[in-house]
Unconditional design. Structure first.
Length: 277
């Protein structure tokens, strides 16, 4: 069976095609910041000839602490999503946490994302599938890669074959994730486009007590390892000031480092796919 090819707005993706990027800040903090990030991400991606899907979360519903900031909320975020699409012509990805949100976002975004913690929630997967949008399923930190076959089947058996699969690390003891690169090869056997989430893979869940920590210094090394396997895309959360971001700052890539990062990563992706290594 050949690798599946999906159309995202005005470009196509597969495990054989040129690497694409899913990127943006962890949460939608406010309208001006979202517009700033979308505009500048688009410029850098065009410079490096990489296709971009803009991502951000309207609600970080699984924060460590009750006092943690969660985002702008659904109704206000929909307005911002529409403005980004209109002004920058970028496809939009956001995550959903209950079935009702899927329908509310149906006419707004291009990709619905199933959070890793919720990847086995059958009702959520079916609701996302029924929108007929692309569904990006993040593999749970608690799942073996071969267990994703059953998760994928819940969406495909709901008459939606437009699926992305994202690896984001696996739990390794307390407050720690590790990346098993075998997982990418195993997930590729399902033939759907496989994404590597390089920024959440270096997260330390709950590592700061009331918030998560992270080791952003390893984002590039893990990305190189993942891209060398031959994957469809990278998922990178970026921020202009990650140390002061309201969530996941410790594991987000600094925006000022993104250009050099993409330049090197695209050289590697081009080599791997051109030479069919």
């Amino acid at each position: 069976m050949m690798n599946k090819e999906l159309n995202i707005k005005n470009f196509s993706v597969s495990n054989d095609s040129s690497l694409f990027l899913i990127s943006g800040p962890c949460q939608l903090e406010n309208r001006d910041h979202a517009m700033f990030m979308a505009e500048n991400l688009k410029k850098i991606c065009e410079k490096n000839k990489i296709k971009l899907v803009y991502k951000t979360s309207f609600d970080k519903a699984n924060r460590t602490s009750l006092t943690s900031k969660r985002g702008l909320g659904l109704s206000k975020s929909i307005e911002v999503f529409n403005e980004i699409k209109k002004q920058f012509e970028l496809p939009i990805l956001t995550d959903v946490h209950n079935p009702e949100q899927c329908n509310e976002l149906r006419e707004v975004v291009d990709i619905l994302q199933i959070p890793a913690f919720l990847c086995r929630q059958t009702d959520l997967l079916i609701a996302a599938a029924k929108t007929d949008l692309i569904v990006n399923i993040k593999k749970g930190q608690f799942l073996a890669p071969w267990d994703m076959k059953n998760v994928i089947k819940k969406v495909s058996d709901s008459n939606n074959d437009k699926i992305l699969i994202t690896e984001r690390g696996v739990s390794f003891g307390y407050n720690t994730l590790v990346s098993d690169m075998r997982s990418l090869s195993i997930l590729k056997k399902e033939k759907y486009p496989v994404i590597f989430d390089a920024t959440h893979s270096v997260q330390q869940p709950g590592g700061k007590g009331e918030s998560s920590g992270g080791e952003r210094e390893y984002i590039y090394d893990l990305s190189k390892a993942a891209v060398s396997i031959g994957i469809s895309g990278l998922f990178l959360e970026v921020h202009d000031d990650p140390d002061n971001a309201p969530s996941d700052g410790a594991n987000m890539l600094k925006f000022s480092n993104l250009n050099d990062f993409l330049k090197k990563i695209m050289m590697l992706d081009n080599f791997i796919k051109k030479e069919k290594i």
